[in-house]
Design a binder for this molecule. Structure first.
Ligand code: C2O
Ligand code: CU
Length: 484
């Protein structure tokens, strides 16, 4: 890797600035290990977390577009784990999905991830075994791929996470796996951190464009974000930058696993903030300071030039020759689902999969809701709860897939496709402006119920398609497809 992956290279004042853990063979080591984190802020009781290299978020993994990343996961936890490189169009065997692309890494074992990164942009990594528990305990980190000309004055990543903490600052463990959360909106926290701390302050440059990368590693929360004291332009989503910046009109919705890239400039104020809307409240998340300009003219201002970013090269969907697939999303509290078949495929996301990483052995006939719930299921895709034995579809490499997701539930869902980016074509039949590339799209309630996407299935292997609300995935909202 030749030092391409470095920890703490970003200018964010956070605890993730640990020295790079470089092994003699060039691998960057990520050690999954119990640690303590100052989630409540300095001077407050620390929280027992699960971490990579003792910090939450885990160390920054950073490389240049086209390079090969080599990371060794060392599991020092008491249960199996894996790492998924979210949003990277990766070789299938390196995708990190326990029970589909690899066996979970047992306590005391290690696994070498070696993959090239075709796209520049904002990504992240996280556990993909029992992620409803392992992500909630802190197993995630930043993954930044640099392009050719990312000439921003400052570059900050904000990982916005909500934790469910007791008054003591400890993670509320009793509610982990609560069927109430699993069948409703997922595990929502009561304490928000940015980069593992409470209200960090970041320095922005007075002159030039500042890059803000917003990442949502939360189990289930959708944020509505607003910026105060800054002029902002949207430059990319889910790791894919636009040809040209787009205006920010109104609050920015950020669903679990999604990323928003912004170019921001001071607007004349000396301080600025990012806040989350919460009903009629506004929760301050992080502060920014803007130095006075050297000419003494007061705080910086204006809406300068955004450095031109070179979009990644992705194959355009060929809608005339597409394979059309429908995905019906069913179940959950207040839903209409009366029963489903239980999938018999192996995957490490259900309950009790800490030991062997498998589980969800079912298969066979229809089950009523009561039996499903007893087995930890509350949701289904096309009448199947949990990982089906057979793929949702198989497609020859290079063919376009047009996927219509129909949300028949009373809840929003953050639908994530592995191994590919897709274009969002329409919502409830209305063409989506700019048909952005994404890897995770929100379907439901506040937004349209039905979302149509398309992508070229050009990455061979077995890939997951699931709701990224970790409890919804664990409780049934998961399937897979195969590119031959
Ligand atoms: Cu971010 Cu299936 O994962
Ligand atoms: Cu969901």
């Amino acid at each position: 890797m030749n030092g391409a992956v470095a920890a703490g290279a970003l200018a964010s004042p956070i605890r993730s600035m640990v020295p790079a853990a470089q092994a003699a063979d060039g691998f960057f080591e990520l050690k999954a290990v119990r640690a303590k984190a100052a989630l409540l802020g300095p001077g407050e009781p620390e929280t027992d977390v699960w971490s990579y290299n003792n910090v939450v978020p885990g160390p920054l993994v950073r490389a240049r577009r086209g390079e090969t990343v080599k990371v060794r996961l060392i599991n020092e936890l008491d249960e199996p784990t894996t790492i998924h490189w979210h949003g990277i169009r990766i070789e299938n065997a390196m995708d990190g999905v326990a029970g589909l692309t690899q066996a979970p890494v047992q306590p005391g074992d290690s696994f070498d991830y070696v993959f090239t990164v075709p796209d520049a942009g904002t990504y992240w990594y996280h556990s993909h075994n029992k992620s409803w528990e392992q992500m909630a305990r802190g197993l995630y980190g930043r993954l930044i791929i640099d392009g050719d000309a990312d000439a921003f004055a400052t570059d900050h990543t904000l990982m916005i996470d909500d934790w469910r903490l007791a008054d003591s600052g400890a993670i509320d463990e009793q509610s982990l796996g609560s069927m109430m959360d699993w069948s409703h909106g997922g595990r929502l926290g009561n304490w928000v951190t940015v980069n593992g701390t409470s209200y960090p302050k970041m320095q922005l440059a007075a002159d030039g464009a500042n890059r803000l990368r917003l990442v949502n590693p939360s189990n289930a929360r959708i944020y509505e974000l607003v910026l105060k004291g800054l002029n902002a332009q949207l430059i990319g989503l889910d790791g894919q930058v636009f040809d040209e910046p787009r205006p920010v009109d109104g609050p920015l919705a950020l669903s679990p696993a999604q990323r928003i890239d912004l170019a921001v400039f001071g607007n004349g104020s000396e301080t600025a903030e990012i806040l989350a809307l919460n009903g009629s409240d506004q929760i301050p998340l992080a502060g920014f300071s803007l130095p006075k300009k050297t000419d003494g003219e007061g705080a910086s201002g204006g809406n300068g030039n955004v450095p031109l970013l070179k979009p990644n090269t992705l194959a355009e969907p060929d809608l005339d020759n597409a394979l059309s697939v429908e995905l019906n999303m069913e179940g959950g509290a207040m839903g209409m689902m009366t029963g489903a078949r239980m999938g018999g495929g192996m995957m490490g996301e259900g309950r009790g999969t800490g030991g062997m990483g498998g589980g969800m052995m079912g298969g066979g006939g229809m089950m009523g809701m009561r039996d499903l719930v007893q087995n930890g299921f509350a949701w289904a895709f096309n009448g199947v709860a949990g990982m089906p034995e057979k793929p949702l579809f198989s497609v020859p490499r290079g063919r376009t897939v047009r996927l219509t997701m129909i949300n028949d539930t009373r809840w929003p869902h953050a639908m994530h496709l592995h191994g590919h980016h897709f274009r969002v074509l329409s919502r409830d039949g209305e063409p989506e402006p700019g048909t952005p590339w994404r890897d995770t799209v929100t379907a439901g309630v506040a937004q349209a119920q039905n979302v149509e996407i398309a992508f070229v299935a050009d990455n061979p292997g077995k890939w997951l398609l699931h709701c990224h609300m970790a409890e919804h995935m664990a409780a049934g909202m998961v399937t897979w497809f195969e590119v031959a």
